[in-house]
Design a protein around this ligand. Structure first.
Ligand code: SF4
Length: 238
């Protein structure tokens, strides 16, 4: 996908074609692209009111996930979803109410510290957000893509009572992708092997996380799939 289309798709998540059409119609842009100043002055109160209600309504909705154009994606095998840009991620994170009793966290099987990482995204501190997520979840890029968030964390989010829940999965995916794309990050260090070898049965998320944590403790761990045809990575096509 060329860079121009990618940027347009990402920008499209903030300024929709509908917003642009509405504004153009209200301020009276003629076919040559010139603004009709007399009409603009006359319609200014309407413009303010409509934009204010559009912004209020937008706050009730998740920021849409930018996607490849169907024309483009039908000619490649890349991911359809493009992921949030930093600007959209920050705007989405600001929808979080930072609840004192975060119900979202109760819906997460690995108890990701959701409000804490989202608060860091809202501040633009994506490195801190990554540290918070990975303190309880070794697979944020995977979970941000394939976890059924709509039945887990997002189904408990209080934002969902009136409008749509915070896009927790999309934010997790953004933070993980940001970290992976970052240059000059500190290399992951693992201790010397302590000579013990451990077989981990199962290569699903629990098995992979277990093997990763054991390695960090100095053990040599080998995850193996007990039933390759039904294993989690295969079923999830990752
Ligand atoms: S329940 Fe929703 S609004 Fe509240 S802290 Fe969790 S993500 Fe934020």
């Amino acid at each position: 996908m060329d860079e121009k289309k990618l940027n347009q798709a990402k920008l499209g998540a903030i300024i929709t074609a509908e917003d642009t059409r509405l504004v153009e119609e209200l301020i009276g842009i003629d076919e040559n692209g010139k603004i009709d100043l007399a009409k603009l002055e006359q319609r200014l109160p309407d413009l303010k009111r409509i934009l204010a209600s559009a912004i209020a309504e937008r706050k009730l909705l998740k920021h849409p996930m930018p996607e490849q154009d169907p024309e483009v994606r039908s000619h490649n095998f890349d991911e359809v979803a493009l992921g949030y840009s930093p600007e959209v991620a920050i705007a989405e994170a600001k929808r979080c109410l930072n609840c004192k009793n975060p119900m979202c966290r109760n819906g997460c099987p690995v108890s990701v510290r959701i409000p804490e990482f989202i608060a860091k995204v809202a501040e633009g501190d994506f490195d801190a957000a990554y540290e918070i997520i990975t303190s309880t979840n070794a697979l944020p890029a995977v979970c941000g893509r394939v976890c059924p968030q709509e039945r887990q964390c997002e189904s408990r989010c209080v934002r969902g009572v009136k409008g749509e829940s915070v896009a927790i999965g999309r934010l997790e995916r953004f933070v993980a992708d940001y970290h992976m794309a970052k240059k000059n990050k500190a290399p992951v260090t693992v201790p010397e092997s302590n000579g013990h070898r451990i077989a981990v049965i199962g290569s699903g998320p629990a098995g992979l996380t277990c093997a990763g944590d054991l390695r960090k403790m100095g053990y040599t761990a080998s995850p193996s799939s007990v039933c390759p045809r039904r294993s989690w990575p295969r079923r999830s096509r990752i």
